[in-house]
Design a binder for this molecule. Sequence first.
Ligand SMILES: [Zn+2]
Length: 290
Amino acid sequence: MWMNLVQSQIEACYNGRLKELEENYAGVSVLYDYVRDTWLWQKEKFVYAWTNKVLHFGNATTNRTEGVHNVLKKELGTSRGHFEDVFNAIHKVLTHQQNNLEASFNRSMHIVVHEFQHRMYNNIVGFVSKHAFDVISREARLVSEGGVGHDFSLCGYVLRVTHGLPCAHEISIYMLDGNLIGLDESYPHWKKLNMMPIEPTSDGELDNLYRVEMDGVEAKYKSCGPDMRVKIVQKLREITCPASTLLSVPEEELATKGRPKKKGKNLKMKMSKSKKFAVDNSTKRDSFGF
Ligand SMILES: [Zn+2]
C-alpha cells in the first residue's frame, strides 16, 4: 500500500490512495501520523506524481551516492589514516570508477546492433549510451505490448521529462511513420561517451582540438617504430577511407547510403550478417560522429 502510494503517477491518484491508507490504518493512528509527519510532508521529493516532472535521468533515489560512499568507506577502513594513505585510497577508488566509465563508454560506442533490431534506432546506435538504449527499448515495449499509441495522455511525457529521451507516444509515431529517431531527440547527457572534460561549443574550438590531436598523431608517428606506424596509418584509413578496411560493411550489403561509418560498429554490423540493420538515409548527424 505504501509503495502504491509512492508510485502514484498523478496527484488525483495519490490523493485517492492516501485516503485509502488513512482509512485502513484508522485504528493505528500512531502509524498513520508517523507516515504523514515524517514522510508525506515532503512528498514532492519522492512521490512519482511530483518526481515525474523533474529531469533526473532515472536517479530518483540516493542509492548511487550511497553505493559510492560505501565503496570509499571500505577502502578507507579506519577514519584515522595518514594523509597519504587517505589520498591513495581515494585515488584508487576514483581510478577504478574512471576505468568502469571508460569501459561503459566503449560498450556504448560498439553496441551490438542485433540487440536493437528496429531500423528506427539506426541514427543513434553507437552515439548514445547503452543504458539510454535500454530505457528507450523498454519504453518502445509500452507501445507494442502496453497498448500506448500516439496518445500522449497515456504516457504522460514521463520519459521525455524525466530522462530527456523519446517517450512512448513519440516512439509510436516513429514506428508508424517509419522514420528514424534523430540524435537530437536525446538529451546531451546520454551522448557523452568520452572523458573529455568539456565538449567544444563552437567550430573554432573544435578546429583547435582537431589540430592538437593531429599534431599528437604526427608526433606519435615520428617517434614510434615501423609496426606502430602501420597501425597508425590503418587507423587513419578507417576514418578517411572506410570502404578499404575490414571494418566497413561493403556497399552492396547496405541497402542505401548513410552517415559515415563508426569505427568498430560496422564490424559488429558485418558480423551480424543481417541486412536489416543497413544504415539508412540519415537526416541528422552529430558533429563529432565519425
Ligand atoms: Zn509521450
